[in-house]
Design a binder for this molecule. Structure first.
Ligand SMILES: NC(=O)c1ccc[n+]([C@@H]2O[C@H](COP(=O)([O-])OP(=O)(O)OC[C@H]3O[C@@H](n4cnc5c(N)ncnc54)[C@H](OP(=O)(O)O)[C@@H]3O)[C@@H](O)[C@H]2O)c1
Length: 157
């Protein structure tokens, strides 16, 4: 699986169940990368988005919630990505904090948009630098940079 996230340098990803910024071009990037692939998200992130995202299988992790137009994942520990990753499809883990934390160990790639301004937050991306290294700088803009991180072949610890 791959994770995709937008965060500040302090790893803030959200506040009050929303993303605290809106950056021109960033949503387009998210759409470009995830289109056609299954996207896996926590219930709070799904509620924050407010609807299934078109052109992608929407997998929503929730212990008891019921939502139309999405596939519900009840037990994350028992979750097997294989049936969703046929014919070149790859699951993108799209957040939020709880879901990134739970699944980071099972991700081999992180597409990270690093926002240059700092924002207050109550949701954070987990520490990942000890397990991942930058494999590509994808884009550099005045407001944010986009990096591709890959799992380091040997962990620093
Ligand atoms: N900047 C970004 O790239 C980005 C991306 C995504 C989200 N966000 C932000 O992140 C914040 C939301 O993150 P969050 O951590 O509060 O919520 P979340 O990860 O989106 O969702 C948490 C919910 O997922 C379900 N869940 C978690 N672990 C589970 C498990 N093991 N089995 C079954 N269900 C499980 C539970 O739903 P139930 O309570 O229904 O059981 C839990 O309440 C928001 O501020 C959002 O805007 C930012």
């Amino acid at each position: 699986m791959k994770a995709i996230v937008a965060m500040t340098r302090n790893r803030v990803i959200g506040k009050n169940n929303r993303i605290p910024w809106r950056l021109s071009g960033e949503q387009r990037w998210f759409k470009e990368v995830t289109m056609g692939h299954p996207i896996l998200m926590g219930r709070k992130t799904f509620e924050s988005i407010g609807r299934p995202l078109p052109g992608r299988r929407n997998l929503v992790v929730t212990r008891a919630g019921k939502f139309a137009g999405v596939e519900l994942i009840r037990d994350l520990n028992a979750f097997d990505p294989a049936p969703y990753e046929l014919d070149g499809a790859e699951i993108f883990v799209i957040g939020g904090a709880e879901i990134y934390q739970a699944l980071l160990d099972r991700c081999d790639v992180i597409y990270a948009t690093v926002v240059k301004r700092e924002y207050d937050g109550d949701a954070y991306f987990p520490e990942f630098e000890s397990q991942f290294e930058i494999s590509e700088m994808i884009r550099e803009t005045p407001e944010f940079d986009i990096f591709c991180y890959r799992r380091a072949s040997t962990s620093k610890f």
